[in-house]
Design a protein around this ligand. Sequence first.
Ligand SMILES: [Zn+2]
Length: 270
Amino acid sequence: MEKNDKAIISGMTPVGYVVSEWRSTEKISVGGTPAVIEMVDEYLPALHRITEHSHFWILSWFHQADRSILRTRPTRINGDLPEYGVFGLRTPSRPNPIGLTLVQLEKLEGSQLHVSGLDAIDGTPILDIKPYFESDIVFSPRTAYIYSKDPDMRRANFRKQALAHHGEACSSLELGVKMALLADEYFGQIQSPDVKLTVRGDACLADVLQALTRSRLANPARFHYVERSSVVEVEWQKGDRGITMQQCSEGGLLVTGQNAAYQFFEKVVY
Ligand SMILES: [Zn+2]
């Protein structure tokens, strides 16, 4: 593990360092990876009762970042997106390259915090660790539509959000992620206030799709759930366009709706 003391701002002391298989920022997964935070001995008393929490904000120092960049495009996600000021992005390139990452604490072993979801390379200095509280949640924030060109990245991102909300990787979670990806391709940003949906016949699916669309039962009402139904089905609506997805045999989805020219289509998606 290589420590990078030179990069630390004066007056600030790393409380730990990242131990990770990731050595280069090019290859690290955008959604983060499992990693260990090796605490500096002096700060071990500050871990007292830390395991009463499951999630933490990790503030790190991205010591390899280019600090002169003020505007950039999120090229790792999609090179066709417009330029943003770095304060509108999570890019490590920024004047003070402080990383802010929400991680889950898997276990504490001596001076090692085992976490998942950390997007920092091996040797990254950790500046601070703070617990995540329920009051940190904003359920329906307005966010820029940073659409990834890479379908695997889109899937991983939706899966992470669905898991954070639903808490179990059940088959309905996988179904919900699949439906949300299809709807996102069809309508664009499914978190948009004008995307409305009705879920029938599966409470887990309803929960997962509420998370992924940030839709609410009221104010504004974008979400409707019908418990009793002979089929598991989701109806999506945006303006005058609509699609219906129905679970059919052998893990397929029967999708019906109108195409861009408003012609009716029906297809089975696996
Ligand atoms: Zn479930």
